[in-house]
Design a protein around this ligand. Structure first.
Ligand code: GDP
Ligand code: MG
Length: 439
């Protein structure tokens, strides 16, 4: 996918205004990208139409190529379609807030009930209760009870012989008595949507009067997810969506389809089997995921975490004063090696694997040690003023550090490139960094 987008983008570089033909070509790629991500065809058509209208004739911003700009528009529109902002749970004015999980068998309802209870306890110090409303499989009740034990959350159950509607009625009563602030109702699913299931859920809804009916959908359901979401929404009315199993490599296009078809906001995503594998939904991240653009946010966060902010501040100051020297170079390399493999980091940036010189940016600890040795073989004056490094000084440094002059020259060249890049970044200008124009 990314390859496909990139080749389309290459053709589009360096133009002033986005033409209809540009957009047409890009949109074909994006349509394929969305279909590959399992977005429903009807939704794709609608979506690409909106983007085309916005993109044709729009001015190309100085800092972007037409292709980048189209991707930017696509990304923005996608984020907008997915809901722009994270939406929290609907709360009841008076406790308890009642949340009912619905969805097909195996979608992850029971697991999500446990994850949500955990989330509420962690974030709100909540006292939730769970109701075991799936009576068709004894294992389903046990599964919820085990989760309840792990979390010290009470689970209301009446075995498999009672009508689930009656179980919910009595469970609600108990929650009122015990003053639980949340009631999470786990319900049964089927392999396909059917009348009996819907009627039962409708009856539970009437009894429980839930503040939220969350449709739990397996991200891997793909195209089928739309039909499922449509039926549940028509017959029951859903207030939110939970997409589970996003820990796999599914692109999560189902999220876009479901959001478009039902209009219900996506509230959470499940990213693994553990109780803590729950994330509040972020439309912008999902958008990059669907487009296959690499998770830029994750990348930025990772870099920020590991990068010593104060050092960065000092470095920026030096850049402004134009005094980046070999001592800073060493600092910079140490910081980079603290960020883990540069290769891993670079892989997260779309287009980066094609960046010329990327192989020089890979961090090899031995290589860093070697470079440090060369810098340490310099006099303090040389470290501060690279222009002093004439051929005879370079030979001395090579001999002193046990390297060849070729290696010393290469290191100095890298230092100069690094200095140039830092200067450009400190001016807030990323365009001139080699490789960036390909994005
Ligand atoms: P239910 O039938 O809708 O209640 O589905 P379950 O909660 O029993 O989940 C079905 C299977 O999916 C179980 O094996 C879960 O461990 C697994 N599962 C649920 N959510 C996730 C998730 O976010 N990621 C992964 N990898 N597995 C999940
Ligand atoms: Mg279940």
């Amino acid at each position: 996918l990314t390859d496909r987008l990139q080749s389309a983008m290459k053709k589009l570089r360096k133009k002033g205004k986005i033409s209809e033909a540009d957009v047409k070509e890009m949109m074909r790629e994006i349509r394929l990208a969305l279909l590959e991500a399992d977005v429903n065809l009807q939704v794709v058509k609608e979506f690409t139409k909106n983007v085309r209208e916005r993109a044709v004739g729009s001015e190309v911003l100085d800092s972007l190529s037409p292709a980048q700009q189209i991707v930017k528009i696509v990304n923005e529109e996608l984020t907008k379609t997915l809901g722009s902002e994270a939406v929290g749970l609907n709360k009841a004015p008076k406790i308890p807030t009642v949340i009912m999980m619905v969805g097909l068998q195996g979608a992850g309802k029971t697991t999500f009930a446990g994850k949500l209870a955990n989330h509420l306890i962690k974030n709100e110090d909540a006292r939730p209760m769970m109701i075991a409303g799936d009576v068709y499989r004894p294992a389903a009740i046990d599964q919820l009870k085990v989760l309840g034990q792990q979390l010290s959350v009470p689970v209301f159950d009446m075995g498999t012989d009672t009508d689930p509607v009656e179980i919910v009625r009595q469970g609600m009563q108990q929650a009122h008595e015990k003053k639980n602030d949340y009631v999470l109702i786990d319900t049964a699913g089927r392999l396909h949507v059917d009348e009996t299931l819907m009627q039962e859920l409708q009856n539970i809804k009437d009894v429980a009067q839930p503040n939220e009916i969350l449709l739990v959908v397996d991200a891997m359901t793909g195209q089928d997810a739309v039909n499922v979401a449509e039926s549940f929404n028509e017959q029951l009315g859903i207030s939110g969506v939970v997409i589970t199993k996003l820990d796999g490599d599914t692109r999560g296009g189902a999220a876009l389809s479901i959001r478009s078809v039902t209009g219900a906001p996506i509230k959470f995503t499940g990213t693994g089997e553990k109780l803590s594998d729950l994330e509040v939904f972020h439309p912008d991240r999902m958008s990059s995921r669907i487009l296959g653009m690499g998770d830029m946010l994750t990348l930025i966060e990772k870099a920020q975490q590991d990068y010593d902010e104060q050092k960065a501040e000092e470095m920026a100051e030096k850049m402004r004063e134009n005094t980046f020297d070999f001592n800073d170079f060493i600092d910079q390399m140490d910081q980079l090696s603290g960020m883990g493999s540069m290769e891993d980091i670079m892989k997260m940036i779309p287009g980066m694997n094609q960046m010329p010189g990327i192989e020089n940016m890979q961090i090899d600890p031995k290589d860093i040690e070697r470079k440090k040795a060369m810098v340490y073989s310099m006099t303090p004056a040389e470290r501060e003023d690279p222009d002093l490094l004439n051929p005879s000084r370079r030979r001395r440094i090579a001999a002193g550090s046990g390297n060849s002059t070729i290696e010393v020259n290469r290191m100095i060249k890298q230092f100069k490139e690094s200095r140039k890049m830092m200067q450009q970044m400190s001016k807030g200008n990323m365009d001139n960094i080699p490789g960036m124009e390909q994005m």
